[in-house]
Design a protein around this ligand. Structure first.
Ligand code: MF3
Ligand code: CO
Length: 274
Protein backbone atom coordinates (compact mmCIF):
# COMPACT_ATOMS: atom_id res chain seq x y z
CA UNK A 1 0.00 0.00 0.00
CA UNK A 2 2.36 2.63 -1.23
CA UNK A 3 0.04 5.55 -0.49
CA UNK A 4 -0.02 4.66 3.19
CA UNK A 5 3.75 4.33 3.26
CA UNK A 6 4.18 7.67 1.49
CA UNK A 7 1.96 9.37 4.03
CA UNK A 8 4.23 8.27 6.84
CA UNK A 9 7.19 10.13 5.39
CA UNK A 10 7.76 13.47 7.12
CA UNK A 11 8.26 16.22 4.53
CA UNK A 12 9.98 19.32 5.89
CA UNK A 13 9.29 22.96 5.08
CA UNK A 14 12.22 25.13 3.95
CA UNK A 15 12.33 26.63 7.43
CA UNK A 16 12.50 23.20 9.02
CA UNK A 17 15.32 22.17 6.67
CA UNK A 18 17.26 25.24 7.75
CA UNK A 19 16.82 24.13 11.36
CA UNK A 20 18.00 20.64 10.44
CA UNK A 21 21.03 22.30 8.85
CA UNK A 22 21.82 23.98 12.18
CA UNK A 23 21.66 20.55 13.81
CA UNK A 24 23.76 19.06 11.01
CA UNK A 25 26.53 21.59 11.47
CA UNK A 26 26.73 20.72 15.17
CA UNK A 27 27.16 17.05 14.25
CA UNK A 28 29.78 18.02 11.65
CA UNK A 29 31.71 20.00 14.28
CA UNK A 30 31.59 17.11 16.74
CA UNK A 31 32.86 14.71 14.07
CA UNK A 32 35.63 17.12 13.11
CA UNK A 33 36.75 17.17 16.75
CA UNK A 34 36.63 13.38 16.89
CA UNK A 35 38.59 13.07 13.67
CA UNK A 36 41.41 15.25 15.04
CA UNK A 37 41.67 12.92 18.02
CA UNK A 38 41.82 9.64 16.06
CA UNK A 39 45.52 8.87 16.43
CA UNK A 40 47.30 5.80 17.83
CA UNK A 41 46.99 5.85 21.61
CA UNK A 42 43.66 7.69 21.60
CA UNK A 43 41.11 6.29 24.02
CA UNK A 44 37.62 5.88 22.49
CA UNK A 45 35.74 6.98 25.62
CA UNK A 46 37.77 10.23 25.61
CA UNK A 47 36.91 10.82 21.94
CA UNK A 48 33.27 10.27 22.87
CA UNK A 49 33.54 12.85 25.66
CA UNK A 50 35.17 15.36 23.29
CA UNK A 51 32.37 14.95 20.72
CA UNK A 52 29.72 15.26 23.43
CA UNK A 53 31.23 18.50 24.75
CA UNK A 54 31.19 20.04 21.24
CA UNK A 55 27.51 19.11 20.91
CA UNK A 56 26.57 20.49 24.32
CA UNK A 57 28.64 23.69 23.85
CA UNK A 58 26.50 24.38 20.76
CA UNK A 59 23.33 24.14 22.87
CA UNK A 60 22.38 20.79 21.34
CA UNK A 61 22.13 17.31 22.84
CA UNK A 62 23.63 13.99 21.69
CA UNK A 63 20.73 12.02 20.20
CA UNK A 64 22.49 8.65 20.45
CA UNK A 65 22.88 8.89 24.25
CA UNK A 66 20.03 6.96 25.84
CA UNK A 67 18.56 5.90 22.48
CA UNK A 68 17.09 2.47 23.29
CA UNK A 69 19.49 2.57 26.23
CA UNK A 70 22.61 3.28 24.14
CA UNK A 71 25.29 4.39 26.65
CA UNK A 72 27.39 6.95 24.69
CA UNK A 73 27.21 9.98 22.38
CA UNK A 74 29.02 8.38 19.46
CA UNK A 75 29.35 4.89 18.03
CA UNK A 76 32.99 3.87 17.77
CA UNK A 77 33.58 0.88 15.52
CA UNK A 78 37.13 -0.43 15.06
CA UNK A 79 38.36 -2.83 12.35
CA UNK A 80 35.91 -5.77 12.11
CA UNK A 81 33.26 -3.89 14.06
CA UNK A 82 30.94 -2.47 11.39
CA UNK A 83 28.61 -0.20 13.37
CA UNK A 84 27.22 0.50 16.85
CA UNK A 85 30.49 -0.17 18.73
CA UNK A 86 30.47 1.34 22.22
CA UNK A 87 33.44 3.61 22.94
CA UNK A 88 35.54 1.94 25.64
CA UNK A 89 39.00 2.13 27.16
CA UNK A 90 41.01 0.12 24.60
CA UNK A 91 43.49 2.61 23.06
CA UNK A 92 43.73 2.80 19.27
CA UNK A 93 46.66 1.02 17.66
CA UNK A 94 48.53 2.08 14.51
CA UNK A 95 46.71 0.72 11.47
CA UNK A 96 43.27 0.54 13.08
CA UNK A 97 40.32 1.35 10.82
CA UNK A 98 38.02 3.52 12.92
CA UNK A 99 34.44 4.54 12.22
CA UNK A 100 32.88 7.28 14.32
CA UNK A 101 29.13 7.79 13.99
CA UNK A 102 27.61 10.80 15.70
CA UNK A 103 24.36 12.72 15.91
CA UNK A 104 22.77 15.73 17.55
CA UNK A 105 19.31 17.05 18.28
CA UNK A 106 18.86 20.83 18.23
CA UNK A 107 15.52 22.54 18.71
CA UNK A 108 13.87 19.14 18.14
CA UNK A 109 15.64 18.42 14.83
CA UNK A 110 17.97 15.45 14.41
CA UNK A 111 21.13 14.95 12.37
CA UNK A 112 23.29 11.84 11.92
CA UNK A 113 26.67 11.43 10.21
CA UNK A 114 29.62 9.02 10.21
CA UNK A 115 33.22 8.95 9.03
CA UNK A 116 35.84 6.21 8.76
CA UNK A 117 39.53 7.03 9.08
CA UNK A 118 42.79 5.28 9.90
CA UNK A 119 44.71 5.63 13.15
CA UNK A 120 48.20 6.31 11.81
CA UNK A 121 49.29 4.58 8.61
CA UNK A 122 46.94 2.02 7.07
CA UNK A 123 47.67 -0.88 4.77
CA UNK A 124 46.65 -0.29 1.15
CA UNK A 125 43.60 -2.58 1.33
CA UNK A 126 42.15 -0.70 4.31
CA UNK A 127 42.79 2.65 2.60
CA UNK A 128 40.92 1.31 -0.43
CA UNK A 129 38.02 0.08 1.71
CA UNK A 130 37.60 3.52 3.26
CA UNK A 131 37.87 5.33 -0.09
CA UNK A 132 35.44 2.99 -1.86
CA UNK A 133 32.84 3.42 0.91
CA UNK A 134 33.17 7.21 0.93
CA UNK A 135 32.85 7.33 -2.85
CA UNK A 136 29.77 5.11 -2.67
CA UNK A 137 28.16 7.50 -0.17
CA UNK A 138 28.74 10.49 -2.44
CA UNK A 139 27.54 8.58 -5.50
CA UNK A 140 24.40 7.73 -3.53
CA UNK A 141 23.95 11.36 -2.50
CA UNK A 142 24.38 12.44 -6.13
CA UNK A 143 21.69 9.95 -7.15
CA UNK A 144 19.31 11.42 -4.54
CA UNK A 145 19.69 14.83 -6.24
CA UNK A 146 18.03 13.52 -9.40
CA UNK A 147 16.10 10.47 -8.21
CA UNK A 148 12.38 9.94 -8.76
CA UNK A 149 12.35 7.04 -6.28
CA UNK A 150 14.37 6.35 -3.13
CA UNK A 151 15.50 2.99 -4.53
CA UNK A 152 17.73 4.75 -7.04
CA UNK A 153 20.08 5.67 -4.19
CA UNK A 154 20.85 2.02 -3.39
CA UNK A 155 21.30 1.24 -7.10
CA UNK A 156 23.91 4.01 -7.34
CA UNK A 157 25.70 2.85 -4.18
CA UNK A 158 25.88 -0.75 -5.37
CA UNK A 159 27.06 0.29 -8.84
CA UNK A 160 29.73 2.48 -7.28
CA UNK A 161 31.15 -0.31 -5.10
CA UNK A 162 30.95 -2.79 -7.99
CA UNK A 163 32.91 -0.43 -10.21
CA UNK A 164 35.53 0.35 -7.55
CA UNK A 165 36.15 -3.08 -6.03
CA UNK A 166 33.71 -5.91 -6.82
CA UNK A 167 35.16 -8.16 -4.12
CA UNK A 168 33.90 -5.86 -1.36
CA UNK A 169 30.51 -6.59 0.22
CA UNK A 170 27.68 -4.19 1.08
CA UNK A 171 25.77 -4.89 4.27
CA UNK A 172 22.11 -5.72 3.77
CA UNK A 173 21.05 -6.09 7.40
CA UNK A 174 21.61 -2.41 8.21
CA UNK A 175 20.27 0.47 6.13
CA UNK A 176 19.90 4.24 5.98
CA UNK A 177 16.72 6.00 7.04
CA UNK A 178 14.52 9.04 6.99
CA UNK A 179 15.38 11.60 9.67
CA UNK A 180 13.84 14.78 11.05
CA UNK A 181 11.78 15.15 14.22
CA UNK A 182 13.19 11.72 15.17
CA UNK A 183 16.50 10.05 14.31
CA UNK A 184 15.07 6.96 12.64
CA UNK A 185 12.01 7.51 10.46
CA UNK A 186 10.46 6.18 7.27
CA UNK A 187 11.67 5.35 4.69
CA UNK A 188 14.40 2.71 4.82
CA UNK A 189 17.26 3.59 2.46
CA UNK A 190 18.93 0.36 1.36
CA UNK A 191 22.49 0.39 0.02
CA UNK A 192 21.95 -2.11 -2.79
CA UNK A 193 19.90 -2.47 -5.96
CA UNK A 194 16.47 -3.84 -5.09
CA UNK A 195 13.41 -4.85 -7.09
CA UNK A 196 11.46 -2.44 -4.91
CA UNK A 197 11.84 1.08 -6.19
CA UNK A 198 10.81 2.53 -2.84
CA UNK A 199 8.74 5.65 -2.19
CA UNK A 200 8.70 8.61 -4.55
CA UNK A 201 11.24 11.31 -3.80
CA UNK A 202 9.63 14.65 -2.92
CA UNK A 203 10.89 18.11 -1.94
CA UNK A 204 11.25 18.25 1.83
CA UNK A 205 12.42 14.65 2.13
CA UNK A 206 15.48 14.29 4.39
CA UNK A 207 17.45 11.04 4.42
CA UNK A 208 20.41 9.65 6.33
CA UNK A 209 22.35 7.81 3.63
CA UNK A 210 24.89 5.40 5.10
CA UNK A 211 26.65 2.64 3.15
CA UNK A 212 28.46 0.00 5.23
CA UNK A 213 31.07 -1.91 3.20
CA UNK A 214 33.20 -4.91 4.21
CA UNK A 215 36.31 -6.57 2.79
CA UNK A 216 34.84 -10.05 3.04
CA UNK A 217 31.51 -11.68 3.83
CA UNK A 218 28.52 -9.50 4.75
CA UNK A 219 27.47 -11.86 7.54
CA UNK A 220 27.45 -10.07 10.91
CA UNK A 221 26.77 -10.88 14.55
CA UNK A 222 25.88 -8.76 17.57
CA UNK A 223 27.99 -8.96 20.74
CA UNK A 224 26.57 -9.80 24.17
CA UNK A 225 26.45 -6.04 24.89
CA UNK A 226 23.44 -5.94 22.56
CA UNK A 227 25.01 -3.28 20.29
CA UNK A 228 28.38 -4.08 18.76
CA UNK A 229 27.91 -5.35 15.18
CA UNK A 230 30.92 -7.25 13.84
CA UNK A 231 31.68 -9.27 10.73
CA UNK A 232 31.54 -13.02 11.34
CA UNK A 233 34.72 -13.55 9.26
CA UNK A 234 36.53 -10.72 11.13
CA UNK A 235 37.09 -8.80 7.89
CA UNK A 236 37.29 -5.04 8.21
CA UNK A 237 34.46 -2.63 7.60
CA UNK A 238 33.96 1.03 6.71
CA UNK A 239 30.91 3.26 7.21
CA UNK A 240 30.23 6.76 5.90
CA UNK A 241 27.01 8.69 6.48
CA UNK A 242 25.44 12.07 5.80
CA UNK A 243 22.06 13.66 6.48
CA UNK A 244 20.82 15.01 3.13
CA UNK A 245 17.80 17.18 2.24
CA UNK A 246 16.02 17.11 -1.10
CA UNK A 247 14.75 20.64 -1.72
CA UNK A 248 12.61 22.09 -4.49
CA UNK A 249 15.82 23.08 -6.30
CA UNK A 250 18.02 20.04 -5.68
CA UNK A 251 19.87 18.76 -2.61
CA UNK A 252 21.77 20.10 0.36
CA UNK A 253 24.07 17.93 2.49
CA UNK A 254 23.16 19.14 5.97
CA UNK A 255 26.04 17.48 7.87
CA UNK A 256 28.81 18.80 5.59
CA UNK A 257 30.12 22.34 6.21
CA UNK A 258 30.15 23.14 2.45
CA UNK A 259 26.74 21.55 1.95
CA UNK A 260 28.34 18.93 -0.25
CA UNK A 261 29.37 21.50 -2.89
CA UNK A 262 32.85 20.11 -3.57
CA UNK A 263 32.00 16.40 -3.82
CA UNK A 264 28.86 17.08 -5.83
CA UNK A 265 30.56 19.50 -8.23
CA UNK A 266 32.90 16.64 -9.11
CA UNK A 267 29.74 14.74 -10.14
CA UNK A 268 28.24 17.62 -12.15
CA UNK A 269 25.71 18.61 -9.47
CA UNK A 270 25.28 22.00 -7.84
CA UNK A 271 23.94 22.11 -4.31
CA UNK A 272 20.73 24.02 -3.70
CA UNK A 273 20.72 25.72 -0.30
CA UNK A 274 17.46 27.30 0.78
N1 MF3 B 1 23.76 6.30 12.77
C1 MF3 B 1 23.31 5.19 13.56
C2 MF3 B 1 22.22 4.47 12.83
O1 MF3 B 1 21.52 5.07 12.05
C3 MF3 B 1 22.76 5.70 14.85
C4 MF3 B 1 22.86 4.71 15.93
S1 MF3 B 1 22.30 5.47 17.36
C5 MF3 B 1 22.52 4.35 18.58
O2 MF3 B 1 22.05 3.28 13.02
F1 MF3 B 1 22.21 4.96 19.64
F2 MF3 B 1 21.72 3.34 18.35
F3 MF3 B 1 23.74 3.97 18.57
CO1 CO C 1 22.02 6.67 10.66
Amino acid sequence: MSFLRRDRIELKTPDQIRKMRDSGLVTAAALAAAREALIPGAVPSAVDAAAESVIRAAGAAPNFLGYNGYPASVCFSVNEVVVHGIPGSQALRPGDVVSVDCGAVLDGWHSDSAITVGAGELDARSELLIAVTKRALWDGIAAFAKADFVGEIGCAIEASVQESEPSFGILRDYVGHGIGSAMHMEPDVVNFASRERGPRVRPGMVLAIEPMVVEGSIATSIDADGWTVRTVDASRAAHWEHTVARTSGGIWVLTEPDGGAAELAARGIEIAPL
